[in-house]
Write a protein that binds this ligand. Sequence first.
Ligand SMILES: *Cc1c(COP(=O)(O)O)cnc(C)c1O
Length: 357
Amino acid sequence: MSRFWSPLVKQLTPYVAGEQARLPDLVKLNTNENPYGPAPEVLAAIAHANADDLRLYPDPAASALRRVIAAHHGVQADQVFVGNGSDEVLAHAFHALFQHGLPVLMPDVSYSFYPVYCRLYGIPHELVPLKADFCLDVQDYARPAGQVGGVVLANPNAPTGIALPLADIEALLRLHPDRVVLVDEAYVDFGGESAASLIARHPHLLVVQTLSKSRGLAGLRVGYALGSVELIEGLARVKDSFNSYPLDRLAQAGAVASFGADAYFRQTCARVMQSRERLSAGLRELGFQVLPSAANFVFATHPGQDAGELAQRLRAQAILVRHFKLPRIDQFLRISVGTDAECGRLLGALNTITRSS
Ligand SMILES: *Cc1c(COP(=O)(O)O)cnc(C)c1O
């Protein structure tokens, strides 16, 4: 606390990101990074940068990148907004589209950044509980007209990994035709169904994706939104009132190259999905209950082991997984899918721990 802080800052509860530890022989399965990293073409594009690429300001509209993303998703470039990671895109979306003085609906178990943006921008929110099996029932989002400021959810959900069928997204869109429904698809490339195909028919749908997970570019900080021209214009108005150049020249060049390397993208996603199924099976053999995941992580609980203690004991062996001390999920571990060798080390360590207690 400082007397120099504005009153708002005193009330903030910032998001706590997963640990970026530097340990020898680290098995880092705590922040859902991609074990295979970006396509070689991305590194080549960044390496080809010249002095002008850093001397001059970047394209504030990131036009080349937006054209490439638009072509990838079959939309127009003016239906694409890009930002410094999808976290920034989400923040601008909350700011531009959810500030109506009415509660934004979101699942009680979801990306814990959503309530943080609400507090930052003074947006009321209402947590809508998922069912006991962590599935989402769209009917729980029905409200009388004029009582909702918007809806936000992650699909596949984080940290559960559970995917919602597109028919349910459409039902949500029909429930709230006059408010924005934001679908955060950070993990969609690992087996989910993208709502991007619904944009043409639903001007109130905003789909947010990132290059951090499926394209192995968490360090480059590129995320984007797809939606109707009017929604994208709203986001651009906030961005241009905040920072004209959120994406530097290297990030724009690397991101364009990533969309050009389609075979690498599909192969590495497929490898992660195969490893996910092997990891899930291995965990079940050790007595874990594992939720069905369509993401690059699994969410698992063991009936005979405290999840917090398990995370600590793994950490002592330089294996990092994520444990959230939050209601309903404090007995679960979120484990990112690494290479098969990394998953093997995790399963070996868990085998020893669960047998010895
Ligand atoms: C990782 C993640 C993001 C943020 O991704 P960045 O593009 O790296 O900012 C957004 N939403 C969810 C649900 C995530 O898990």
